[in-house]
Structure formats: structure tokens, C-alpha cells
Design a protein around this ligand. Structure first.
Ligand code: KIV
Ligand code: NA
Length: 266
């Protein structure tokens, strides 16, 4: 299959074709998601939550992200694979950011990196893009700043924060990002941003007017029972399905039904 590139997704916006994006953290899941035809796979630092069981994305390290990203890359034939740069791997200096982005490309095989933040990281973004590494931006609810925000509530409801976000989006475009994630902001603001930049916006809890949508795979498959924000649509209830399968297996082991004669070697 023809590979999806950063150019492809920019063209999709131009053609009015919606972009589908999902997260993945391992080889098997990435292969299923890619095989189904999603255009973009994000190795999110949400791995911190759904894979490692942390409350925030703060503990994620470069080594963790390189491991997950390399697993995903091996499972993908067509999709564009973007890796999150983890907390404190790009905020200290542009030089460190470039080294982190470079490792993600060289050691893990990512096709692009994603960074959280607006104007304040634009010179860093420019530096990474100048080195030939495509960058995706991320505005609105930026989980790496959770201790500054204090809550995971909707961002940019007030005019001042909304204006700032629009300025940040324009600055990111100017700095050279090929796309911007908009997380948990009012739909009207997301539309305004989408109309104001030429690069595609990918929304999560940012309404239907974004150029594309992203969800965390564990959430959309219903693997987490206790996470149900308004923006989440569950396409499966795998928590129940897996619980049923495991319960059935336990019963069969205890009763001696499994394995049967066809499931053993003579
Ligand atoms: O880490 C992640 O999964 C993300 C998406 C929710 C955009 O950044
Ligand atoms: Na993330």
C-alpha cells in the first residue's frame, strides 16, 4: 500500500478529506489499526496512563517512548507514525529537543514527532523542522502541563485563553508544523483555528469541524471502564468481552474441560 506522509495529510485538508488518527503502543495493535486503514498512528505518551498505569504522562521517559515507538513501527506498513516527545525531553533547550527528536527518528523509526505547547516552543519546533524532522503541534489541554492547569477540564473557554490559543496555532504553523492536535477546547474555537491555519487540525474533544479526529485506542475500544468523558465514543466494550473470555477460560481449567484430547499431544 502507498505510504501516508506528512504531505498526504496536508493534501487531505486541502481536498476536504477527513483524517483518521488513533494511538498505538505495541506491534500487534499497531498492525490491526494500520491494516484497518487509519491514516495516522500516534505513539502517545498516554502510554504512561494506559500501558504503565500512571495517573499522568509526566513519568514517561525517552527510553520508554523509543521502546513503544519501535514496536509500533514494526507493525505498520502504511500509516504515518508520529511519536510524542515526553515531558522534559524538549523543554529545556532547543539542542536537547533536537537530540530527542533525532533519537525518535533514528532509534525508533518514527516518521514525525509531536510536542506540546505554543509560542514558547516555536523556536525549538523550527530547529527540529530545519533538521528534516516533521513536527506535529498540540494545543488546548496539554497533559504534560497538568500540574499548572490543576484539572483535565475543557481549556480556552475564556476569551483571553481562546485568543492566545489561536495565536499559538498561527505561530506553530509559521514555525513549520505539518499539523496540530487540538485537545478538549470548545468546538467554535476549534473551527476558528481550523479555518485560520493551512495545516490540518486533529481534534480530541474539539468538535466536528477539525480536519481530523484522534482517540486513544484503549478508550475507543472500551478497555477502560472508568474513563468516560463527553467526547469519547466507545466502539466496543472490550472490557466486558475480555472479562467474559477470561472467566470462561478459568471455568474450563477448573472443570478439566480445557485442554481436551484434541488440544494435547500424543
Ligand atoms: O498521548 C496521547 O495519546 C495524545 C493524544 C490524546 C492526542 O497526545
Ligand atoms: Na500525548
Amino acid at each position: 500500500p502507498e505510504k501516508i506522509t506528512t504531505q498526504t495529510v496536508v493534501e487531505m485538508k486541502r481536498n476536504g478529506e477527513k483524517i483518521s488518527m488513533l494511538t498505538a503502543y505495541d506491534y500487534t495493535m499497531a498492525g490491526i489499526i494500520d491494516g484497518a486503514g487509519v491514516e495516522v498512528i500516534l505513539v502517545g505518551d498516554s502510554a504512561s496512563n494506559v500501558m504503565a498505569g500512571h495517573d499522568t504522562t509526566i513519568p514517561m521517559t525517552m527510553d520508554h517512548m523509543i521502546y513503544h515507538t519501535s514496536c509500533v513501527v514494526r507493525g505498520v506498513e502504511r500509516a504515518l507514525v508520529i511519536a510524542d516527545l515526553p515531558f522534559m525531553s524538549y523543554q529545556v533547550t532547543a539542542k536537547e529537543a533536537l537530540i530527542s527528536a533525532g533519537r525518535m527518528m533514528k532509534e525508533a523509526g518514527a516518521h514525525a514527532v509531536k510536542l506540546e505547547g505554543g509560542k514558547s516552543i516555536c523556536s525549538t519546533v523550527q530547529r527540529i523542522v530545519d533538521a528534516g524532522i516533521p513536527v506535529m503541534g498540540h494545543l488546548g489541554l496539554t497533559p504534560q502541563s497538568i500540574y499548572k492547569f490543576g484539572t483535565y477540564k475543557v481549556r480556552a473557554k475564556e476569551e483571553q485563553e481562546a485568543d492566545q490559543l489561536l495565536e499559538d496555532a498561527k505561530a506553530l504553523e509559521e514555525a513549520g508544523v505539518f499539523s496540530i492536535v487540538l485537545e478538549k477546547i470548545p468546538a467554535d474555537l476549534a473551527k476558528k483555528v481550523t479555518d485560520s491555519v493551512s495545516v490540518p487540525t486533529i481534534g480530541i474533544g474539539a468538535g466536528r469541524q477539525c480536519d481530523g479526529q484522534v482517540l486513544v485506542i484503549h478508550d475507543m475500544l472500551g478497555l477502560n471502564k472508568d474513563f468516560s468523558p463527553r467526547f469519547l465514543r466507545r466502539y466496543e466494550d472490550l472490557h466486558s468481552k475480555m472479562t467474559d473470555a477470561v472467566t470462561h477460560y478459568i471455568k474450563d481449567v477448573k472443570s478439566g474441560d480445557f485442554p481436551n484430547v484434541d488440544e494435547q499431544y500424543s
